[in-house]
Ligand binder design. Structure first.
Ligand code: PEP
Length: 249
C-alpha cells in the first residue's frame, strides 16, 4: 500500500505569528485521516512550527536544503541544520527553485544524494513547462528530469523518495491539469520507474500531483489510481481549504 500524502508548501508566506495562528487552526480542524499531512513553512519559522506541532500528527518539512555539508554558502541551510530542529523531510526541485534560483538537474541530483546520505526523506518536484506540453514534449521532459536527478540512486534509496509531479503551467495559475492528464502522467512516471528499476519500486513510490489543487477539484484528482495525494500551494494557506483537501483524500 502506498502512503497517501497531503503536503502544504507555504512558500514565502506567513510571519511567525501568522504561522502559529494557521497551525493552531489546522490542528483544531484536522480531520481523522490515514493520509500523512505535512506543512512546509519558511525556514525561519520551522523551529517554532515543530514545537507548535509537538503533539500533533502534522509533520513539518522544509521547502529546500543545500547539498553541502556546511561552509561558505551565505543564506543557505544544510541537512544537519534541518535535522537538528527535528525536520527529516525536504522538498527538492520545486519549479520556483529551478526557475528563479537556477537549480539545475545536476544541482538537484547533488541535493538528493546529500539528503539520502543524511537519512532524510526527499519530496522531489518536477514537471513540464507550458511550451513542453503544447509541443507534445511533456513526457520526454519529465522522463529526463527523473533520469538526471534520481535514476543513479540505488534501489534501496527509493523508500525515502516521494515524487510530486507539478506541471509548471498549473502552479499558482488557477489552471489545473485535468484528472485525466494527471493520471496519464502519473502512470507514465510509474512506467518509467519500472523500466529504470522494477515494478516493486514503481508501485511503492507515492506520486503527488501539484498545481492549483483546491477543495473544488481535489476529490476528482485524488480519485485517480496513480495519484497518491497532493502538494498544495495557495490553498494550503487557508486552514478551511487545506482541511477540505485533506478530507478529499
Ligand atoms: C506549488 O507551488 O507546489 C503549488 C502546487 O502551488 P499552487 O497549489 O498554488 O498551484
Amino acid at each position: 500500500m502506498r502512503s497517501k500524502i497531503v503536503a502544504g508548501n507555504w512558500k514565502m508566506n506567513k510571519t511567525l505569528a501568522e504561522t502559529e495562528a494557521l497551525l493552531t487552526e489546522l490542528s483544531a480542524k484536522l480531520p481523522d485521516t490515514q493520509a500523512e499531512v505535512m506543512v512546509a513553512p519558511t525556514y525561519i519559522n520551522l523551529t517554532a512550527a515543530v514545537r507548535h506541532l509537538a503533539s500533533s500528527s502534522i509533520e513539518v518539512i522544509a521547502q529546500n536544503m543545500h547539498f553541502a555539508e556546511s561552509g561558505a554558502y551565505t543564506g543557505e541551510i544544510s541537512a544537519d541544520m534541518l535535522l537538528s530542529v527535528g525536520i527529516d523531510t525536504a522538498i527538492i526541485g520545486h519549479s520556483e527553485r529551478r526557475a528563479y534560483f537556477g537549480e539545475t538537474d545536476e544541482i538537484l541530483a547533488k541535493k538528493v544524494v546529500t539528503a539520502l546520505e543524511k537519512n532524510m526523506r526527499v519530496m522531489f518536484c518536477f514537471g513540464e513547462e507550458l511550451e513542453d506540453r503544447k509541443s507534445g514534449n511533456h513526457f520526454s521532459v519529465v522522463e529526463s528530469q527523473l533520469k538526471n536527478a534520481l535514476f543513479s540512486l540505488d534501489a534501496s534509496s527509493w523508500s525515502k523518495i516521494i515524487l510530486a509531479y507539478e506541471p509548471v503551467w498549473a502552479i499558482g495559475t488557477g489552471e489545473t491539469a485535468s484528472p485525466e492528464q494527471a493520471q496519464e502522467m502519473h502512470a507514465f512516471i510509474r512506467k518509467t520507474i519500472t523500466e529504470a528499476y522494477d515494478t516493486g519500486i514503481a508501485n511503492k513510490v507515492s506520486i503527488l500531483y501539484g498545481g492549483s489543487v483546491k477543495p473544488a477539484n481535489a476529490v476528482e484528482i485524488f480519485s485517480k489510481p496513480d495519484v497518491d495525494g497532493g502538494l498544495i500551494g495557495g490553498a494550503a494557506l487557508v486552514a478551511d481549504d487545506f482541511v477540505a483537501i485533506i478530507k478529499a483524500i
